[in-house]
Design a protein around this ligand. Structure first.
Ligand SMILES: [Zn+2]
Length: 117
């Protein structure tokens, strides 16, 4: 039990937050903001939302551009030592598309606007 009232204001206790680096943009961020991709065979990898799957893993941040690059360039494949098949690449592209939707979309509560198509 911490004693109340006597905490020093300038010494904020920092919780240890695990950091991970995005293999594409090389930015380091809190682990939970990154998504792990795990190698599942020599020619396949898949997104590992739990971050706990067995195998060699690499982390990507939540920027869709990083996922698109991961699918379009050998950066991720090299990190995982995989020669990805089309399905694996498609998998990443689909994930990138989902991120794009989330980033570009407005709040889900906004639903009353007219749609002019
Ligand atoms: Zn990134």
């Amino acid at each position: 039990m911490p004693s109340p009232g006597t905490t020093k204001p300038n010494k904020t206790r920092q919780k240890h937050v695990p950091q991970r680096m995005c293999v594409v943009c090389r930015e380091t961020n809190a682990k939970r903001t990154l998504t792990r991709v795990v190698r599942t065979s020599e020619t396949t990898y898949q997104v590992d939302p739990t971050g706990r799957a067995n195998g060699r893993g690499a982390y990507l941040c939540d920027k869709a551009s990083c996922w698109e690059k991961a699918a379009a360039t050998p950066i991720l494949a090299r990190a995982l030592r995989v020669t990805p098949d089309n399905d694996s690449i498609l998998h990443l592209q689909e994930f990138a598309a989902g991120l794009n939707l989330e980033a570009g979309g407005t709040n889900s509560t906004v639903g009353s606007q007219e749609k002019l198509v």
